[in-house]
Design a protein around this ligand. Structure first.
Ligand SMILES: Cc1cc2nc3c(=O)[nH]c(=O)nc-3n(C[C@H](O)[C@H](O)[C@H](O)COP(=O)(O)O)c2cc1C
Length: 210
């Protein structure tokens, strides 16, 4: 039995295409693995607070030296990290917002990126040699974008600060096995979008073919 953590990042509800992708994905997952547990973490419509000065000071204080107030400051982050580390599979549904990720998802990642909990330094010194502490996990990134051509080798690839960022930050935590599924052309609607939708649904179906 695996635990699948679904993280939705769109501020939109019913109208959100990335949410529809995570719904479709989890339906298929459940059909294939009915005993797996699926849990949800909402970061688009529920407020994930920004980290603060107090948070930063607390995050870099050894756990045994935290004051009661500092412990309280870290409570949400501790919960999010525990939930994240307890999962085996991650499914992120996210829009592209201003060529990057929505701020709610960024705030969530700031809470997850905890020194000595989700990542550390190889040598104990800040020499850029990061060691991930969240290993042997699988991640799916299901994303919706208004425009197209952001994938590697395409016209707008240089403006994509969304999926390369997610791969980098989760890669530093140790998650290297990442599959991307992209829905494009949402802003154009009509046939162009329908084609993209068909392709994306097929791609999701293919993920479940053996
Ligand atoms: C604030 C905002 C910024 C956006 N920025 C971009 C962008 O930089 N590039 C792009 O292709 N689409 C952009 N879009 C379009 C969204 O990526 C598109 O509508 C997507 O379907 C949103 O995901 P959702 O349907 O799950 O909410 C933006 C939309 C909004 C609301």
């Amino acid at each position: 039995m695996r635990k699948v953590l679904v993280i939705n990042a769109s501020p939109r509800g019913q109208r959100s295409h990335s949410r529809k992708l995570t719904q479709l994905f989890t339906q298929k997952w459940q059909q294939q693995a009915p005993n797996d547990v699926i849990i949800h973490r909402e970061v688009g419509q529920e407020n994930i607070p920004h980290i603060t000065e107090e948070w930063i000071a607390s995050a870099f204080t050894p756990p045994q030296r935290l004051s009661p107030t500092q412990k309280q400051t870290m409570e949400l982050s501790d919960q999010l990290v525990a939930e994240f580390k307890s999962a085996d599979v991650y499914v992120i549904g996210t829009p592209m917002h201003n060529w990057s990720i929505p701020s709610g998802l960024k705030a969530y990642i700031d809470h997850l990126m905890r020194f000595n909990q989700t990542w550390t330094f190889e040598s104990g010194k800040p020499d850029g040699k990061y060691v991930g502490l969240v290993n042997h996990k699988k991640m799916y990134i299901l994303t919706s974008r208004g425009d197209a051509g952001y994938n590697q080798g395409e016209l707008n690839a240089h403006m994509n600060f969304q999926t390369p960022y997610l791969r980098t930050v989760f890669g530093i935590m140790g998650i290297k096995d990442i599959t991307e599924v992209t829905l494009e052309n949402e802003e154009y609607g009509g046939e162009t979008f329908q084609e993209s939708l068909n392709k994306t649904h097929q791609r999701i179906a293919d993920l479940f073919e053996h």
